[in-house]
Design a protein around this ligand. Structure first.
Ligand code: 26Q
Length: 824
């Protein structure tokens, strides 16, 4: 039953046939020919050719799911950070080699053509990329699933550096069309916003609520096919685009007010115009609330439409057929929206509607940072969604007077804490509390994080509902993050592991036995070296910096955030630089520190840290005294497609967040899988990575979660560390000089200030000495080539736990209760 079919065996398309298909599309879809076509046209024609196979499978999959009336998961997320799709789709349908052959026989460079594709950057970072890995795994595991999100016109901004400072430019990923999406006009939805609520009484004297919306927005769905590995199941990602409603404003238009009617169009289209570039900080912006509601309302209507097609007005099976996973609190307004539809449209009583809601929604928490917990002012909510606010009040009062009163009789302090409404000068709606009260399961994303969700974030809710809180450790898809981004290492693994390792990742354990085999070590490290040569070329192209591929490549790639502590990495680099200046024979292997990170445009200190890294890089890279022993590279515009080039070339993976702050991390998993040794704190999934890889194959440093709590309780004073560590003091004082910004002393002082005057919130100084020792240990290990190769190999061999297929199977077993559906 579970016989694995190598994707390569799946479609018996020959290279010659594929060539004909590509050329045909050059003619009929691109309106050009083999002689005239540029690389963009070749890319589009190649995509169109493989879409012949893919869209066939979309239809088959949907027919199967409808025919078998399967239960399905609906993954609601404001973000899907998909990256490029050409190679991934080719990999998953097993046509990678043939497509590459076909194009080279047509005298085209396959890699150059793949580079033409813009990233689908419809997300900020970890949370958005997790959603992308999850829908890949859902399709691979042949599970009935649909991803719902927003069809942003502009994804995450494009980053450049001007004089070392971040400059943002808009990202226009579909300016010239996108071959992977199809519009579904037959499934358009109309979404109300604004207006007021009228209370009425029907014939039987029952109170009914009628929402008179101020505006109607049209939601247009675009479907992106999600090809499972082996292409048995091809699910879809459905992205909603906002438009002005057709029937609105014809009066104004006909009365000659053409321009006035355009204002409404512009406002409606603004909703899906741009992705908010913040992560981990929620600002209460009206447009953001409308974005959230718009896509939730479209998605809930779509779910109900599909359910009704199978079950008509019989609502009794809804909770058996539908589960909705909420990716953080961002889509939580879906809960009151479903209540509204069930009561105001279907005519259900409260209890029945509430039972359905509680049977349908589950919520994933991705952060404990207080600034990231979403709150909306009651006044704003009332203006945009007046009926939803009423429903939220009702949910709240039933909870406080019912379950909460039973659990904590008369305890007003607990009630104030658990209330969905925060009282104060500005009343606020707490989306986290609504999410917990309205969901049947709440999960964190790594063991330690889930434990902290229970003990620190929602302890009273955990007391009320012990079975509600659970853990699902994150994962990443080995198809994109090993097979397709690191083809040489994959080919080596193919020789020793069964062909099905991309789905049964524990098969890679086969190379454990070879970890100390000199020949295998050489082959493994030769591949690593070749990947570093390739990355060195990219570095040269993007920054004009020359780096030596025999040097240790040390990589920190993630959003720029104080808690992720790129500034700790920076002060350690400065300490190394100082050691080399003081002692040119200072014993360390050549090292290249490589960064990739975007800062939220409004995050002042994050941008100062980027500037400081760039300025230190300038000085260090051009200082002949240190003889290239140290290089610092900040690659601009970090994104999925750049990650795919950096990760296979990493020797060291920097995972150095303050303990208790990084919910999980997923870059840590990708880097370890590709043989990088983690330098990390005991935070998020680092803990589980260390367990799996083995304590000897990672380098752990710094305070633990308990250590952090204890230090804070004692009263943390960064000045103590400044005065007691001569090197640390010298490095911090360097920020105030003009050493890195000639003629402009003090340009980097903000970084120092945040670490001293402003209290060093993330304990960089407390962890500095331990971090520096960890790096010395890395230096020693790297010098011993055999030991290093063994560590790298064992990291690759032992990462099976972090396959997102395992994460999805955990969701299926503990939360979703889904069955796979075989598509013939
Ligand atoms: C909220 C309100 C308004 C505007 C923006 C936001 C917003 C957007 C994105 C808040 C947070 C995010 C993103 C959070 C995120 O990426 N969290 C990361 O999730 C990963 C997947 O679970 C974890 O591995 C990381 O540890 C966590 O930081």
């Amino acid at each position: 039953d579970n016989v694995f079919v190598d994707p390569k065996e799946k479609f018996n398309v020959t290279t010659a046939e594929l060539k004909d298909m590509i050329v045909k599309h050059l003619h009929v879809t691109q309106g050009t020919d083999e002689n005239k076509a540029n690389e963009k046209a070749w890319f589009n024609a190649t995509a169109a050719a493989i879409n012949e196979v893919i869209f066939e499978r979309v239809t088959k999959t949907q027919k199967t799911h409808f025919g078998q009336d399967t239960r399905a998961v609906h993954y609601l997320s404001l973000e899907f950070l998909m990256g490029r799709l050409l190679k991934n789709n080719l990999c998953n349908i097993g046509l990678m080699e043939k497509a590459s052959e076909a194009l080279s026989e047509l005298n085209q460079d396959f890699n150059a053509i793949a580079e033409e594709e813009p990233d689908l950057a419809l997300g900020n970072g970890g949370l958005g990329r997790l959603a992308a890995c999850f829908i890949d795994s859902l399709a691979t595991l042949q599970l009935p699933a649909i991803g719902y999100g927003i069809h942003y016109e502009h994804g995450l901004f494009h980053q450049t550096f001007q004089n070392g400072r971040q400059v943002e430019r808009p990202d226009s990923w579909r300016e010239y069309g996108n071959p992977w999406e199809i519009c579904r006009p037959e499934s358009v939805q109309e979404i109300p916003v604004y207006g007021y609520v009228e209370t009425k009484y029907d014939d039987e004297g029952k109170m009914v609520k009628e929402w008179h919306p101020g505006r109607i927005i049209k939601g247009v769905p675009w479907d992106v096919p999600i090809v499972g590995y082996g292409a048995n199941t091809v699910n879809v990602l459905r992205l909603w685009e906002s438009r002005a409603s057709d029937f609105f404003n014809w009066d104004v238009f006909n009365a000659g007010g053409y321009l006035d009617s355009q204002v409404e169009n512009v406002q409606a289209e603004t909703i899906s115009k741009v992705l908010y570039p913040n992560d981990e900080t929620a600002q209460g912006k009206e447009l953001r609330l409308i974005q959230q509601y718009f896509f939730c309302a479209c998605s809930i209507k779509d779910i109900i439409r599909r359910y009704k097609r199978a079950h008509g007005n019989d609502w009794s099976k809804f909770v058996d057929q539908v589960v909705v996973q909420l990716n953080d609190t961002h889509p939580v307004v879906a809960i009151p929206e479903l209540m509204r539809i069930l009561m105001d449209r279907v005519g259900m009583e409260w209890d029945q509607a509430w039972d359905i809601c509680q049977g349908v929604f589950a919520y994933t928490n991705h952060t404990l940072l207080p600034e990231a917990l979403e709150k909306w002012s009651v006044a704003l909510f009332e203006k945009v969604l007046p009926r939803h606010l009423e429903i939220i009040y009702e949910i709240n009062s039933r909870f406080l007077n019912g379950i909460c009163e039973q659990a904590f009789p008369g305890d007003d302090a607990v009630k104030a804490k658990l209330s969905i409404i925060e009282e104060g000068r500005q009343k606020m709606v707490r989306m986290g509390n609504l999410a917990v009260i309205g969901s049947f399961k709440v999960n964190g994303v790594a063991q330690i994080h889930s434990a902290l969700v229970k003990s620190d974030l929602f302890p009273e809710f955990n007391q009320i509902w012990q079975d509600k809180f659970t853990n699902v450790t994150n994962g990443v898809t080995p198809r994109r993050w090993l097979k397709s981004c690191n083809p040489s290492l994959s080919a080596l693994i193919d020789e020793y592991a069964d062909v099905d390792w991309p789905v049964n990742q524990d098969k890679i354990r086969a190379i454990e036995d070879l970890a100390e085999d000199a020949k295998f070590q050489k082959r493994y490290m030769d591949i690593k070296h070749q990947n570093k040569v390739e990355l060195a070329k990219v570095i040269k192209e993007l920054t004009d910096i020359d780096v030596d591929p025999t040097a240790l490549f040390d990589i920190q790639i993630k959003r720029l955030h104080e808690y992720k502590r790129q500034q700790l990495n920076l002060i350690h680099i400065m300490a190394l630089y100082r050691r080399l200046l003081q002692n040119p024979d200072y014993d360390m292997p050549k090292r290249v520190f490589i960064f990739g990170a975007k800062a939220a445009p409004g995050y002042y200190l994050a941008k100062e840290i980027i500037y400081a890294i760039n300025k230190v890089a300038d000085r260090v890279n051009n200082d002949s005294r240190i003889k290239d022993k140290l290089k610092v590279v900040f690659l601009p515009n970090y994104r999925v497609s750049l990650a795919e080039k950096m990760i296979p070339a990493a020797d060291v993976s920097e995972q150095i967040s303050t303990a208790g702050k990084e919910a999980s991390g997923t870059g840590n998993m990708k880097l370890a899988l590709n043989g990088a040794v983690t330098v990390g704190t005991l935070d998020g999934a680092n803990i589980e990575i260390a367990e799996e890889a083995g304590e000897d194959n990672v380098v752990i440093f710094g305070l633990t979660v308990d250590g952090v709590k204890q230090l804070r309780a004692e009263g943390y004073n960064p000045w103590d560390y400044y005065y007691s560590n001569e090197e640390l003091k010298a490095v911090l004082d360097w920020f105030d000089t003009d050493y890195f910004t000639p003629g402009k002393p003090g340009e980097l002082s903000e970084v120092k200030r945040s670490l001293l005057d402003n209290g060093d919130h993330y304990l960089c100084l407390a962890d500095f000495a331990s971090y520096s020792d960890a790096q010395k240990k890395i230096d020693q290990l790297y010098k011993d080539k055999k030991t290093w190769a063994k560590m790298a190999i064992l990291n690759t061999a032992r990462m099976a736990k972090f396959n997102s297929d395992r994460s999805i199977q955990d969701y299926v077993d503990n939360i979703w209760k889904l069955e796979p559906a075989k598509v013939s």
